[in-house]
Ligand binder design. Structure first.
Ligand code: ADP
Ligand code: MG
Length: 682
């Protein structure tokens, strides 16, 4: 296998300019050509008589050009009459080049592939694919694959390169014996030949059916490569060394005594899972999932205490400054009375404050540092970091997990996310993590009622805001997301703030947005938390984590512009206290189909898992995971929703294959992933 594997990895034999084009298609080494699969197929195996053409699908005809003219009405176009023994057909071209006029000159024999439509003057093909032929030229023996391509890379070139590699590459099996048979899959060799060079007996419908054994084989192989790679990442982590952390329980006891509530059964369960991991000499990589409002922060605090009790430092990182601040305030209030030093670190700090924070981090043994990305920049030296907690992990994207290693030792990592990961994604892209789920909300929550209201009824909404305040409750007013311009978005928030101030003269209206200085922001939030401010106008900065239980109404303007996860997160800011809570989604018409679909989902569902599942269906996993930004290679053939069974089988097989068939596993990974690192950096 060694020599052919070397061949697989060889660069393409094409000039550099062409290689660039191939690279755009993700084709770098020769074997990538084998895995470059057709988008669809064309049938040039049968000639249809012009006199009896079927409608509704592309067909191939052959005939002589008996007339050609350029018409000018209703617009400039080339019209060609093609004739065979059974009849005549019009070929119509709305854009054309002189070369086409020449090719389709009167007297030429032509093959045209296209869909027949009933036109005013009889049957016609619009923009058929045409080729000059000589009489009796043989037909294609099988369906012709049509590949995804880029400008300047013609189908025949791609086809030729791929056919060459099919002959040269080792297409032997990488699956352990028996697996293929038991799953009813094609052999790899058979699969790639069927798809790239379909045998004559295959119909279009068969080849384009995802259940075709050949396609199933590719999907399975791809999923298996992903599972193997995740498994390896998982194993590599289990070989890493992390501090063994066992708390005394002392600070934990004090914290619990100070809380006005006790932890739910679900919170206790995940806390126990986290503590068991901390007591292990290998780095924890645990994802703590819990819907918005399920109470992840207190679990983070209690986990932190375990590390602090054992004499280690803890860092907690949040994706936005405003959320990090909320955590800082809350955790300071909980932990400082217990004698824990809590420090703040963010990018926007003054030099002196930053230097002080860095000095504490470098010297104070029992310390909790809260902040943004700034916490994990190179110049931040922890004295003895035992646990790193990342809140709202999904906001960082799946490819951006922390790489934290110091002198060979890694701290334990706890990642928290309120965007529930659908099961299929958890099984694939997050398969290298251990997962804990908080599957119940704290008691005493009243369900949030969601309303969809056309923005033309803004006055009614404002009157409702007023009534809500009159009852002693508070309101979030979220200004529209304006993706094209942050400045415009800011301006809108400022304007809304002024306008609401005029509309609601008896209420105190606050404003918070991303461009404010941290202390300004903190002051506004503190005023809202104390109910000195009744209405908080905000940009989407409050999307994550903000917690004011007395807020019972959330108004979102231009909800149609927001994504589902974002809407769910925003809505989760209310419904945290005993008061009946509402979320008013204002929208502008006309709505796009996508916006309609999203609003329907958010209107009908409150369960974050269900919303995430539907979101995944609407958007597909790439967008869902934020992979576009992080550059994670996504699945090309398998579809996580449709191919769940294959995914389950691949997941079952992976550990066994690594243990018992390491050489096959190696060859499989090489075939599918060589040239790329792995599906994910763990
Ligand atoms: P999230 O999981 O969205 O981060 P938070 O940690 O912000 O949720 O918690 C939401 C609210 O629920 C907070 O006000 C928090 O104090 C409260 N809370 C957390 N756990 C419980 C509990 N066991 N009983 C009652 N309230 C709780
Ligand atoms: Mg939170």
């Amino acid at each position: 296998m060694t020599s052919s594997r070397d061949l697989a990895g060889l660069p393409l034999e094409v000039p550099p300019a062409t290689a660039k084009k191939f690279e755009k298609l993700g084709i770098r080494r020769r074997f990538d050509l084998v895995l470059h699969m057709p988008l669809r197929y064309e049938d040039e195996t049968h000639l249809y008589p012009i006199g009896a053409l079927p409608y509704g699908r592309p067909v191939l005809v052959e005939g002589d050009v008996i007339a050609q003219e350029v018409q000018f009405r209703p617009r400039r176009q080339l019209v060609v009459q093609l004739e065979d023994r059974s009849g005549t057909l019009v070929l119509r071209f709305l854009n054309f080049y002189p070369s086409q006029q020449k090719q389709l000159a009167k007297g030429q024999r032509i093959r045209a592939l296209g869909e027949v439509k009933r036109g005013f003057f009889g049957d016609e093909m619009i923009h058929p694919k045409c080729r000059a032929v000589h009489e009796g030229e043989p037909l294609a023996g099988a369906l012709t694959p049509v590949y995804p391509t880029v400008n300047g890379l013609a189908q025949p070139v791609l086809r030729r390169q791929i056919q060459n590699e099919l002959k040269r590459q080792d297409l032997g099996e990488t699956l352990p014996p028996g697996v293929r048979e038991s799953l009813g899959l094609a052999t790899f060799d058979e699969a790639v030949h069927t798809l790239h060079a379909p045998p004559p007996e295959f119909s279009l419908r068969q080849l384009e059916d995802p259940l075709l054994p050949a396609w199933q084989r590719l999907k399975f192989d791809e999923l298996l490569a992903q599972q193997l790679s995740m498994r390896l990442a998982y194993r590599a982590r289990r070989l890493g060394i992390a501090p063994v952390i066992r708390g005394t329980g002392e600070l934990d006891r004090q914290l619990r005594a100070s809380l006005p509530f006790s932890l739910t059964r679900a919170q206790e369960k995940v806390l126990a899972e986290i503590r068991a991991d901390l007591a292990n000499p290998h780095p924890m990589h645990r994802l703590l999932q819990g819907d918005v409002g399920s109470g992840k922060t207190i679990v983070a605090a209690a986990s932190a205490l375990t590390a602090l009790e054992a004499g280690y430092q803890v860092a907690l990182m949040a994706p936005t400054e405003i959320l990090a601040e909320q955590h800082f305030l809350k955790l300071s209030a909980w932990l400082e009375p217990l004698g824990v030093t809590v420090v703040w670190l963010s990018g926007s700090m003054r030099k002196k404050a930053r230097a002080e924070a860095l000095a504490s981090i470098a010297s104070t043994p029992v310390l909790l540092a809260v902040g943004t990305h700034a916490l994990f920049q190179e110049d931040v030296a922890f004295r003895q970091l035992g646990l790193a907690i990342v809140d709202e992990q999904h906001r960082f994207g799946v490819g951006q997990r922390l790489a934290l290693k110091e002198k060979g030792r890694e701290p334990h990592q706890l990642m928290m996310s309120a965007t529930p990961i659908p099961r299929t994604l958890a099984m694939s892209f997050y398969a290298d993590l251990d997962v804990s789920v908080i599957d119940e909300l704290p008691p005493g929550r009243t369900p949030i009622v969601t309303k969809l209201i056309n923005s033309s009824r803004r006055d009614e909404v404002i009157a409702y805001v007023d009534r809500t305040c009159a009852q002693g409750n508070q309101v979030y007013w979220v200004c529209p997301l304006i993706e094209e311009s942050e400045t415009l978005q800011l301006q809108t928030a400022v304007d809304t703030h002024v306008q609401l101030g005029e509309d609601l003269p008896e209420r105190q209206i606050g404003l918070v947005h991303g461009r404010m200085k941290p202390d300004e922001k903190a002051a506004v939030m503190a005023s809202f938390a104390a109910n000195d401010t009744q209405v908080l106008v905000a940009t989407t900065v409050i999307e994550v984590g903000v917690d004011v239980p007395n807020a019972s109404l959330m108004v979102i303007e231009h909800a149609e512009r927001m994504g589902l996860a974002q809407l769910h997160q925003l809505r989760g800011r209310v419904g945290r206290g005993a008061a009946k809570s509402q979320c008013v989604l204002m929208f502008d018409t006309p709505l796009s189909e996508l916006a309609k679909a999203r609003l329907k989902v958010i209107y009908e569902n409150t369960d974050g898992f269900e919303i995430a599942r539907q979101d995944l269906m609407i958007r597909g996993p790439g967008e869902f995971l934020g992979a576009r930004q992080s550059g994670v290679p996504m699945l090309r053939f398998a579809n996580l929703e449709e191919d769940i069974e294959l995914l389950e089988k691949a997941r079952e097989l992976a550990p066994d294959m690594l243990a018992r068939f390491p050489r096959e596993a190696d060859a499989h990974l090489d075939r599918w992933l060589a040239g790329r690192e792995q599906f994910l950096k763990a």
